[in-house]
Write a protein that binds this ligand. Structure first.
Ligand SMILES: NC(=O)c1ccc[n+]([C@@H]2O[C@H](COP(=O)([O-])OP(=O)(O)OC[C@H]3O[C@@H](n4cnc5c(N)ncnc54)[C@H](O)[C@@H]3O)[C@@H](O)[C@H]2O)c1
Length: 265
């Protein structure tokens, strides 16, 4: 039975074959939603996304779009409307994990980039899509924040944590503002998910602490009550739920999907 009444979704950061964005697209397509997959460049694997999704029986398109650029977003959104019609579901997934765990060693560039992509990228996408959701009197937004947006976690760069706290704050404020106008805004806060970002984090943990990669992965798994880092499809399932008609009474919720891992301080 179809549980999502949304017809067309935009998912940002959807190109990487191992990424959370790609898994979100896959799970939404399995739920019958047409998908516009956006990512910075075809080089990350974006060109194959639409074909994969169409094989699941939905309409799809892949579009290069930099979420830090309002012009790039405006062009992409116009293309989506022409190819797939009005957008009623927006998933802000694009994100970067710049920086290092020692606050004093984080470069100004890493602060700028984290805020530009993780926070302002989400702001830019919402600014482009909400006006039409208001005209339609309906819409759903799901932001991919992080468990690090709910509490400080050992080893995570302060610039990343601060940017994801900001996404959580943005989610709640937008939820409050638009609740009476038919737009729900929630966030998923992933814990440890086995993507390229996870691979890079494990390598950095290994380098910074002078331990093997295997030991870094074992330490990470031991910090998770369920005992393992999850497959990106687990985040896709959570997004499908928040987007679905089973969650119509939920807005302003920032939901950890983290195997029981604590949000920290
Ligand atoms: N992997 C984890 O353990 C984990 C944990 C918590 C939160 N997250 C969040 O989940 C989201 C997806 O992460 P992932 O692990 O799949 O990472 P990833 O690096 O595999 O994917 C991120 C995607 O975002 C894209 N992107 C980066 N900058 C962009 C820009 N300016 N415009 C458009 N796209 C851009 C990248 O090209 C990439 O395809 C991110 O927001 C991340 O912060 C991941």
């Amino acid at each position: 039975m179809k549980t999502i009444s949304s017809k067309t979704a935009i998912v940002t950061g959807a190109g990487h074959p191992k990424g959370i964005g790609r898994a979100i697209c896959r799970q939404l397509a399995l739920a019958g939603v047409n998908i516009a997959a956006l990512d910075l460049t075809d080089a990350v694997g974006l060109d194959t996304v639409a074909q994969d999704l169409e094989s699941l029986g939905v309409k799809a398109c892949s579009i290069e779009c930099d979420v830090t650029s309002p012009m790039s977003i405006s062009n992409a959104v116009e293309q989506v409307r022409r190819s797939l019609g009005p957008v009623d579901l927006l998933v802000n997934n694009a994100g970067i994990a710049a920086g290092v765990s020692d606050f004093l060693e984080i470069r100004e560039d890493d602060w700028t980039a984290s805020l530009a992509v993780n926070l302002l990228g989400t702001v830019n996408m919402c600014s482009a899509i909400i006006p039409n959701m208001l005209k339609q009197d309906r819409g759903v937004i799901v932001n991919i924040a992080s468990l690090a947006g709910l509490g400080a976690i050992e080893g995570i760069p302060a610039n990343y944590t601060a940017s994801k706290f900001a996404v959580v704050g943005l989610t709640k404020q937008l939820a409050l503002q638009y609740a009476s106008q038919g737009i729900r805004v929630n966030a998923v806060c992933p814990g440890s998910i086995t993507t390229q970002m996870y691979d890079n984090l494990m390598q950095r943990m290994s380098d910074e602490n002078g331990i093997s990669l295997e030991d870094a992965i074992a330490i990470e798994s031991e910090s998770i009550p369920l005992g393992y880092s999850a497959n990106p499809d687990q985040i896709g399932h959570a997004v499908v739920f928040l987007a679905s008609d089973k969650a119509t009474y939920m807005t302003g919720v920032c939901m950890p999907v983290a195997g029981g891992m604590s949000a920290g301080l």
